[in-house]
Design a protein around this ligand. Structure first.
Ligand code: NAD
Length: 474
């Protein structure tokens, strides 16, 4: 850590980023519904000003060269680590995810970890032809100004996934956090900006029209977007105007297939976290589980045991590892899908109702058995603490079910590794995990197919996606 790294508490962090008294919008604690602070609500003219500043700063940032940018990014990781606990507490309150478990502290740790790993990733020029007559090389240059538009479920970590490679390659970045979770992202940017030069990383906090303006801005060269498929389509339309390159990480409805012969008790814990990580509000969570008839009841029972032993509640309480939904709209989607599944013959194994005693946005962790494809809880993305479990008897049926939706983000196969790897090649998704679900790694490319978007993040491929190739021929 550099000597100059500042260490702030939660109040000092908030004071840096809040709107003035009487301005902005109150942001509520997802668990208690108390006001945390006031987020600035900026407008289209603020986007224009931010893009102008970022454009002016970009050539100087690129000219610093890789080594200097790597050193500065490493320092931003140190600054995040130094402020980790205050950032995690703010994130926990704003997003709802508990401090413990694979949640707020984990997310803040992933931010500094990803910054370091991305800073250390090397993208060398490639010699494409060298035959004695022709010598041609492909180099990777910065694209220019990157617009980074993010969601509310993993707001800081997904922000870093967009920011780290973009800065690493010499781009400047304008960040538009979700209007549901702006404070944690603005706080993180503020900490990073203690070590970065002016105007290479700028946050603009506002509503959907701010995102729309950023995506459509004539001086935006690349949009990194993570969010819903519906918004992704709008961003594709706006790219017809500015020809911005796009990386689109959109929705998912990941299937898991449990093969005959899998050990229900041995896999139950990993199945649970695959589905319920971040209280189910995760793009690549396991959202529909297909289990072979021969072990169906055992898998349902083993999962029920894990669900019923997992504490839910206010995220600042150290014992909890599941929290509330982040917002009322998402809570309503979850409640509607469970009620509809019940009305369509689904068997509620555990949960199945709001956990109102914990707070307005809590929903009991829920397993719904004996549902089938065609029920909305299976076909739509629930994005909450609910897992439908579907019985199958022929693995061909399960593969067909996994592939039948518009989404293609992730999937998993559980059981014999060789058998599972064969099935993996037949699944239409960007990632297939074997005997786990949802793990990401800064060196392993991640991205969707079909309605889950296009473009890759992470590793060398991730650096290429925020660069433009330039051929040097001669
Ligand atoms: P959303 O699409 O509603 O919003 C995402 C962001 O886009 C917000 O910052 C919003 O203000 C902005 N926005 C809204 N309209 C816009 C427009 N016309 N142009 C540009 N920006 C605009 O998504 P959400 O509700 O915040 O996130 C939940 C969704 O995100 C889920 O579907 C989830 O699966 C998906 N998600 C995907 C990944 C992934 O990596 N594939 C990760 C997390 C979340």
């Amino acid at each position: 850590m550099s000597d100059s790294t500042q260490v702030l508490d939660e109040t000092a962090l908030l004071d840096r980023i809040q709107a003035a008294e009487g301005a902005g919008r109150d942001i509520l604690d997802a668990a208690t519904r108390e006001v945390i602070g006031r987020a600035p609500v900026q407008d289209i003219s603020d986007v224009d000003a931010a893009v102008a500043r970022a454009k002016a700063a970009q050539p100087g940032w690129e000219a610093r060269g890789h080594d200097e940018r790597i050193a500065l990014l490493m320092k931003t990781a140190d600054a995040i680590d130094a402020n980790a606990e205050a950032l995690a507490r703010l994130l926990s309150r704003e997003q709802g995810k508990p401090l413990n478990g694979p949640n707020a502290r984990f997310e803040v740790g992933a931010c500094s970890g990803w910054l370091r790993a991305t800073a250390a990733t090397v993208l060398e020029p490639q010699v494409v032809v060298d035959d004695g007559e022709v010598h041609a090389e492909m180099h990777y240059r910065a694209v220019g100004v990157v617009g980074a538009i993010g969601p509310w479920n993993w707001p800081m970590m997904i922000g870093i996934w967009q920011i780290a490679p973009a800065l690493r390659m010499g781009n400047t970045v304008v960040v538009k956090p979700s209007e549901n979770t702006p404070l944690s992202v603005l706080a993180m940017l503020s900490v990073m900006n203690d070590v970065l030069p002016a105007d290479v990383l700028i946050g603009v906090s506002g509503d959907r029209e701010v995102g729309a303006r950023l995506a459509a801005h004539p001086n935006i060269d690349k949009v990194m977007f993570t969010g819903s498929t519906a918004t992704g389509r709008k961003i594709i339309e706006s790219s017809a105007g500015n020809l911005a390159r796009l990386t689109l990480e959109l929705g998912g409805n990941d299937a898991g297939i449990v093969l005959p012969g899998a050990d229900p008790k041995a896999i139950a814990q990993d199945l649970f976290w695959g589905a319920f990580i971040n209280t189910g509000q995760t793009c690549a969570a396991l959202k529909r589980l297909y289990v072979h008839d021969s072990i169906y009841n055992e898998v349902v029972d083993a999962l029920k045991d894990v669900v019923e032993q997992t504490p839910m509640g206010n995220g600042l309480d150290e014992k909890n590892v599941l929290g509330p939904l982040q917002n009322k709209a998402q809570f309503d989607i979850v409640a509607r899908l469970v009620d509809d599944a019940r009305a369509n013959g689904g068997r509620i194994v555990t949960g199945g109702a709001p956990a109102s005693e914990l707070g307005e946005l809590f929903y009991q962790p829920t397993l719904v058995a004996d549902v089938a494809d065609g029920v909305a809880l299976v076909d739509e993305e629930q994005f909450g603490p609910v897992l439908p479990i579907i019985r199958y008897s022929d693995v061909e049926e399960a593969i067909a079910s996994a592939n039948q939706l518009e989404f293609g983000l992730g999937a998993s196969v559980w059981g014999d590794r060789d058998e599972a790897r064969k099935i993996a090649t037949r699944i239409q998704s960007g990632t297939v995990w074997i005997n786990s679900h949802g793990g990401v790694h800064p060196m392993i490319p991640f991205g969707g197919v079909k309605g889950s978007g296009y473009g890759l993040e992470f590793g060398v491929e991730g650096l290429k996606s925020v660069a433009v190739p330039q051929i040097i021929n001669g």
